[in-house]
Design a protein around this ligand. Sequence first.
Ligand code: SAM
Length: 231
Amino acid sequence: MNPHTLSMRLERVAAHVPANARLADIGSDHAYLPVALMRRGAIAHAVAGEVALTPFTAAQRTVNENNLASLITVRLANGLMAIEPEDRITAITLCGMGGETIRDILEQGKVRLGGEERLILQPNGGEQPLRQWLMDNDYRILDEELLRENRFDYEIIIAARSGRVMYSAQELYFGPLLMKVRSPAFLAKWQRVLSRKRKTLASLMGARHAVAQAKLQDTARQVRWINDLLA
Ligand code: SAM
């Protein structure tokens, strides 16, 4: 992957970034996403935020090699602390991190959110707690996508603040829009998850320890939900 050829995952994320956005890509690593979007003339300005020094340096290198330093600001900062009011950010991408990490970044950086930004989130697992945060913070899920690349299933969640919104426990688990559309990729993912969960359930059967008991109950509930979904 490089700023000329993005992975399919980042290409699909890129497709959800509104035209002419002022983008903050948090956890940007090599800054491939903002650099690719800027090279295509798809965005107006970008901030690439990184918390770790090595990827921060890599991001600076990519931006400089593409002569984009006047249009993309690279900042060494924790989460949304990379965003300054004068950036007038209109879209935020948080990709390639666990859903819980993305949730924590959003929660800890709430003060940096103006409320008008489009959120484009690509969690690696942990989608349920991330959707829970979106609901608890009045973000409506506008779009969802599921794709498979290199034997991994990736979900992309697009959200915007909208006022009170309610999702059921199953909608938070499967994705309210994904479970409506029921694409072949979505059904295939949940078939795979079901067979994994059934194995976990079998290994937990007969567990006596309270922690294992709780896990068994939780796994049994998930298996029920997935069976219902696929029925
Ligand atoms: N976003 C790119 C992508 O999707 O290909 C890079 C993903 S990489 C696996 C995750 C990056 O997030 C790492 O470079 C890591 O340093 C960065 N990161 C993790 N926690 C962060 C935080 N709190 N603030 C900023 N960056 C963070």
